[in-house]
Write a protein that binds this ligand. Structure first.
Ligand SMILES: Nc1nc2c(c(=O)[nH]1)N[C@H]1C(S)=C(S)[C@@H](COP(=O)(O)O)O[C@H]1N2
Ligand SMILES: [Mo]
Length: 339
């Protein structure tokens, strides 16, 4: 993965939103039951690095949108964390399908058509099925989950996701007893994803982006499929219309814009493991004791509100703070070998 350089060019001309996103948002807000009578969010984070860090003001639609009444998951570790401002969550992204710099997704992901959308659930299941766009917001009970997203590049953000348990979806498929893993695939649509039509723009990783979990990890109640954040449908740059969130693993496991979920009996290939197997393992559990070959994982840069000087380095926690909940899944495993 590209190492973060606090390069000012990474942040310039960062147009967060345009009319297309606005229109999609209106539609989704309506389908989620939001009744915000809001204006076009015109804010542009067209700034240099300093401005970017200062740009914490909530967007118009955030202030006025009716917030979904979610069932907030309470976690001792993460519930006290203050949220990363929405403006930062939606403008500092990794989504290589749109380019490798942090500002590329916010700048280019508006080209992605998310409605209509189809997610297929198949493989070792008795009842394969498909979800369409509307199902994503209506078929499962939506919850808000405040999780810290810890990127393998050693930065993190605290994000209020809206989604549902992956286990709720998998149960509907009636999983066969032979299934041991779940494989995920991102949309492949080079006409709308500039990184898929140019190896240079797309960071030379193979597409479609693929990820995988062991079945017990997939069924764990902390594992969700997110369809929103900050009380609204996911912005395209954050993986609209549906993406995985596995809070005890490095961010690259949390695959975006999913079109296929397949049950299998073989360990799935994963994009970053294929690209650099010595740097990115299948498990990718957050672990301050196992360094990346090129940098330390002992601490992380928490992206918070306020300016550049407010940004803090905090110690990284085992399993990103969810040790109690998930360590039993890895009992007896050497986690420096299965990294
Ligand atoms: N399809 C796809 N999913 C992806 C990525 C990507 O490049 N493509 N990047 C991953 C990485 S490295 C991180 S840190 C998170 C970032 O999520 P965010 O932009 O919503 O913070 O998405 C993950 N999911
Ligand atoms: Mo990441």
């Amino acid at each position: 993965m590209k190492i973060i350089k606090s390069n000012i060019s990474d942040f310039k001309d960062n147009q967060i939103t345009d009319e297309n996103i606005f229109k999609n948002r209106r539609k989704i807000l309506t389908s989620l039951g939001f009744l915000g009578l809001t204006g076009l969010p015109t804010a542009k984070a067209n700034a240099n690095l300093l401005d970017w860090f200062d740009n914490d003001k909530p967007k118009q639609d955030t202030a006025k949108a009716k917030i979904l009444k979610p069932l907030t998951y309470k976690s001792d570790t993460n519930s006290q964390l203050s949220l990363t401002p929405e403006s930062k969550v939606i403008s500092y992204n990794n989504f290589y399908e749109f380019g490798t710099s942090k500002s590329d997704p916010a700048e280019h992901a508006h080209k992605l058509t998310v409605d209509p959308w189809q997610v297929t659930i198949n493989g070792l299941v008795n009842k394969p099925f498909k979800l369409n766009y509307e199902d994503l917001y209506s078929k499962f009970s939506l919850e808000e989950r405040i999780y810290r997203l810890r990127c393998v590049e050693a930065w993190s953000m605290v994000v209020p996701w809206i989604g549902f348990k992956l286990s709720d979806l998998l149960k509907l498929a009636d999983i066969k007893s032979s299934a041991k893993y779940v494989a995920f695939e991102t949309l492949e649509r080079p006409s709308e994803m500039r990184g898929q039509s140019s190896r240079f723009i797309g960071g030379s990783i193979p597409y479609p982006y693929i990820e995988g979990l062991r079945l017990d990890e997939a069924m764990h109640p902390l594992t969700i499929l997110a369809v929103g954040l900050y009380g609204k449908a996911l912005p395209n740059q954050n993986g609209a219309p549906i993406r995985l969130i596995v809070p005890w693993k490095y961010g690259f496991k949390s695959i975006k814009s999913i079109t296929n979920i397949r049950l299998t009996d073989k360990l799935p290939n994963t994009t970053w493991n294929l690209s650099a197997p010595n740097e990115y393992g299948f498990y990718a559990n957050v672990n301050p004791k196992v360094d990346h070959p090129r940098w330390s994982q002992a601490s992380e840069r928490l992206i918070t509100s306020g300016g550049l000087l407010n940004q803090r380095r905090i110690p990284t926690q085992a399993f990103n703070g969810y040790q109690e909940e998930v360590a039993p899944l890895y009992k007896g495993m050497d986690l420096s070998r299965f990294f």
